[in-house]
Write a protein that binds this ligand. Structure first.
Ligand SMILES: [Zn+2]
Ligand SMILES: [Zn+2]
Length: 219
């Protein structure tokens, strides 16, 4: 859906009534009136309040149907189909305008995720923590891929993963638990633990933290 919306954004649609450029909007779930879908998640709509169709529509709707309403010119993306769509007021569809910047951001995040997923296979052999960290710290990434990334932490056995992971809010208890277990295993394999006072890594055998000089309890 994301890639389709980005492709639609390259299309230029012009209103035949006012010659203004149409705005890409999210389609309402149903075709108001006949209950059919538009067959498209997106619609190009003339949102110009000075458009003659919209300006003259009020009287027409009032006289023909006896209620308040007007029309907006609408075209289906990637097609020649166009409609006069009845609207109840000026505000209709202004809330469904496709946010281009958000869409582009979403797309670049998605591309990054795809790249990281592609690098997961072979990252242990390559000693490459980066794709694993990327997926774990991107809460919008696919859950199954994040789980797979979490499983690679122990085989990677890289202490460098601890700080970025400790500084991230996972917003998901399962992933957070997997990561907690992995960090414990990695620390144990290096005979290290985290100082409960300053969070620096210290030897399991240490009785005093070499960083903050606080006395440590027996591990
Ligand atoms: Zn127009
Ligand atoms: Zn300390």
């Amino acid at each position: 859906m994301l890639e389709r919306a980005l492709a639609y954004l390259k299309e230029k649609h012009t209103c035949p009534h006012c010659k203004e450029e149409l705005t890409l909007c999210h389609a309402p779930p149903m075709h108001v009136g006949d209950g059919l879908g538009w067959g498209s998640e997106f619609l190009f709509i003339c949102l110009n309040n000075d458009c003659s169709l919209f300006v003259n529509g009020w009287d027409f709707v009032e006289n023909t149907y006896g209620h308040v309403g007007s029309y907006r010119h609408m075209e289906i993306p990637n097609s020649k189909e166009s409609y006069n769509m009845m609207v109840a007021g000026e505000g209709a569809f202004t809330g469904s305008i496709v946010d281009v910047e958000a869409l582009k951001k979403q797309n670049s995040r998605y591309q990054q995720e795809k790249k990281a997923i592609a690098k997961l296979d072979g990252c242990v052999e390559a000693n490459d923590l980066e794709p694993v960290l990327y997926l774990l710290t991107d809460n919008a990434a696919t859950q199954s891929e994040r789980k797979r990334a979490a499983e690679l932490l122990v085989p990677l056995n890289d202490l460098a993963c601890i700080e970025p992971l400790r500084n991230h809010d996972f917003g998901d208890n399962h992933i957070a638990q997997d990561i907690e277990m992995a960090i414990s295993t990695i620390l144990a394999s290096h005979y290290l633990r985290e100082c409960p006072y300053c969070a620096e890594l210290v030897k399991v055998r240490a009785k005093v933290c070499k960083h903050c000089q606080k006395e440590l309890e027996e591990a």
